[in-house]
Ligand binder design. Structure first.
Ligand code: SF4
Length: 692
């Protein structure tokens, strides 16, 4: 590899070179990249074969990264709004003029109350530096409102926290040696490709693969068994599995005794869930439940790959808790290839205080706004309970107008004339259309960053491969420049990006190894919980959570029916889930033509029985609607949808859909039982043809 040795942010340029990097996208695989650069131009992005988890392969999306980087619509200069909000009409403006005006506007608002300034960001990059590295310092020093970052995973995170003590689990590489793999709520082929390769290896070696998902996804159809349960019924299924483990004594009594707490209570709860009861709730045959229980209770090592889709419902936290109890019951944690993985991110020793500098708050405790209710909160007036009206919004690494629930309200909020909005972006997204200023940001090929992962346990370093395109600037540089203009002269604002990369893990990870190889493996045991040692207060897997009980909640996992349970509404008889389209990642890549061409157009998958009852055929333009709004798209009559459930594949940019809307026009701002997360998959709709 040709590697820059300078400690500045600039890459070195030779005639032809290769540069080590990391994929920044919201995907558990966190691949190691090799970018080939010729005469300062990135010509190819490939997977690094020397990184065992990447194994030289990237998904289709990131294989086309140069197409995205050099996209003709890439934002290359700052823009200032000249038309009405949402019109998308902007004119170029110089950096100094833009930053001076933004700093002046923020200073004026902060003089009244800095909590009226709202940062809004998520996982547009997973990088610890270009994510919150400098942004958090800036907003802490300013005293801006906090953002509760809930939009994807917070219910599951809380579920794990209340059961295993953190976002921890088995090491992904060992799935290849499992004899039973339960893929629960995940279309791994689309969203966890490198895990799927391990599952395939296990399958070749005789493992049984079971997929639990309302949708017959690409992954489900390649497993030995597919359990197509109703959305939001996963906890009922998990409790029925426990029932069978008890009834047949497929239990590891010694592991339960030594390394868990609350078994007597959980046992009692499980016995309330015979398979017949769960089958009626889940809408699946009793036999599927009893067969899975037998397989899980009698096969070792047994591994569960849980993903976040199933926790986007009212009872999402409870559902994750119920599933996360299973491995301890059968002693699966004893084996490297047994246990469960939802997220590995809790294993990483990120030095958050050193990176984010909460000490800059200097004793202030700003209010917190939940990103999943931004639609409601942008429309709230000032009040003693709420605090000041939101007057300014700084959006980076996120596209809330497309991805936040109940987008009718989100759009109404962003359209407020008295809201000052700044968007740091690569492209003119649905959100950027509502900005007062759009600031062009660098992509992963143009900046330094450092990455943890939620799907494996390696740290990755990303080097800049090319110079920033046009006038694009790094997120860190933009926040540094604003800090300087606002008189924030604390020394931490002078840290360059390489220093921030070093700070992210401090001495806990060898930076020399990262510089040399691009990745470094955390020193973790192969079976981290073989002898208990969970990061809970007691060190045990907490079936009964004292923490939840202290909050006045049920200390045991249970099935909580959806807010919008299938069959509960005469007007909206169909449940809708909105899993990701295979070639998009949230709303990223929707504007990359070759990927959009593969997806075709916004689609709703519908079972033949539901389509037939409504006179709908494949290719019909339909209206999908409920009390919150209406979304138009084409229908595909498909066995991928189970009866009574439609799959609205997302997340399309609103302006690229047939009526300027997307599936989030229909989703609600209600929140999950734990973690205050959104309930995207807890949504009833009706569908009518517009093609008849
Ligand atoms: S999106 Fe996921 S699979 Fe694709 S390159 Fe990035 S980390 Fe790898």
């Amino acid at each position: 590899m040709t590697e820059p040795t300078s400690s500045t942010d600039q890459p070195s340029f030779q005639k032809s070179s290769t540069v080590l990097g990391a994929c920044p996208h919201d995907c558990p695989d966190t691949c190691a990249l090799i970018t080939t650069v010729e005469h300062g131009v990135a010509v190819r992005v490939q997977g690094n074969p020397a990184h065992r988890h990447t194994d030289g392969a990237l998904c289709t999306k990131v294989s086309r990264y140069t197409e995205r980087t050099y996209h003709p619509e890439r934002l290359l200069q700052p823009l200032k709004r000249v038309g009405p909000k949402g019109s998308g009409r902007f004119e170029p403006v110089g950096w100094d003029a833009a930053l001076d005006d933004i700093a002046a506007r923020l200073t004026t608002i902060a003089a009244r109350d800095p909590q009226a300034i709202q940062p809004y960001s998520y996982a547009g990059t997973m990088g610890l530096v270009q994510g919150e590295g400098m942004a958090a310092r800036f907003f802490h020093r300013l005293g801006a409102a906090h953002l509760e970052r809930t939009i994807c995973a917070s219910a599951g995170a809380e579920g794990l926290m209340n059961t295993l003590g953190g976002k921890v689990g088995m090491k992904v590489e060992h799935f290849a040696q499992a004899k039973l793999i339960v893929i629960w709520g995940s279309n791994s082929i689309a969203s966890n490709l490198h895990f799927w390769r391990l599952a395939q290896q296990a399958k070749r070696d005789g493992a049984r693969l079971v997929c639990i998902d309302p949708r017959r996804s690409e992954t489900a159809e390649k497993c030995h068994e597919h359990i197509a349960l109703r959305p939001g019924t996963d906890a009922a299924l998990a409790l029925a599995l426990m029932h069978e483990l008890v009834q047949h004594d497929w239990l590891d009594h010694d592991y339960i005794e030594q390394h868990t707490e609350g078994w007597a209570l959980l046992r009692e709860r499980a016995l309330q869930w015979p398979p017949e009861r769960a089958a009626a709730v889940c809408g699946v045959p009793v036999q599927q439940i009893t067969d899975l229980a037998r397989a899980y209770g009698t096969t070792q090592p047994a591994a569960i790959r849980l993903n976040y889709g199933m926790q986007r419902v009212r009872g999402g936290g409870n559902a994750v808790r119920a599933v996360a109890c299973l491995p301890a019951l059968v002693g699966a944690w004893r084996h490297p290839a047994g246990g469960l993985l939802l997220s590995a991110s809790g294993h990483f020793p990120v030095q958050r205080a050193a990176l984010h500098r909460p000490d800059l708050l200097a004793g202030r405790t700003p209010r917190t706004i939940n990103m999943s209710t931004i639609g409601n909160d942008l429309l709230r007036p000032a009040s003693p309970g709420f605090g000041p009206q939101i007057e300014a919004l700084i959006v980076y690494n996120s596209n809330p107008v497309a991805v936040a629930p109940e987008s009718g309200k989100v759009v109404q909020g962003f359209a407020r004339d008295d809201l000052f909005t700044v968007v740091l972006e690569h492209f003119q997204t649905d959100t950027a259309d509502y900005a007062d200023y759009i600031l062009p940001a660098t992509t992963q090929l143009e900046h330094w960053d450092i990455h943890a992962s939620y799907g494996h346990t390696d740290v990755l370093l990303n080097r800049p491969a090319i110079a920033p395109l046009g006038q694009a600037r790094t997120n860190t540089d933009i926040f540094r420049a604003l800090a300087a203009r606002m008189g924030f002269d604390d020394p931490c604002f002078a840290d360059d990006d390489l220093q921030l990369c070093r700070t992210a893990f401090g001495d806990a990870v060898s930076f020399e190894t990262l510089l040399e190889h691009g990745h470094a493996t955390l020193p973790l045991p192969d079976a981290p919980f073989a002898h208990g040692g969970f990061p809970t207060a007691s060190g045990r897997c907490t079936f009964f959570s004292p923490r939840l009980a202290a909050q006045g909640q049920d200390g045991l996992p249970d099935h909580l029916p959806n807010f919008e349970t299938a069959g509960s509404s005469p007007h909206y008889p169909l449940a809708m889930i909105s899993p990701p389209a295979r070639n998009f990642l949230n709303s990223t890549f929707v504007n990359v033509k070759s990927l959009r061409d593969m997806e075709g157009e916004p689609l709703l998958e519908m079972h033949a029985d539901d389509a037939g009852a409504r006179g709908i055929q494949s290719g019909h333009l339909v209206r999908v609607f409920n009390d919150r709004g209406e979304y138009r798209c084409k229908v595909k009559v498909s066995p991928r949808a189970r009866p009574g459930v439609v799959n609205g594949l997302g997340v399309w940019w609103r302006k690229l859909g047939p009526s300027g809307t997307n599936v989030n026009e229909l989703t609600s701002q209600k929140l999950t039982d734990m973690g205050h997360g959104p309930v995207f998959y807890d949504c009833l709709v009706e569908v009518a043809s517009l093609s008849a």
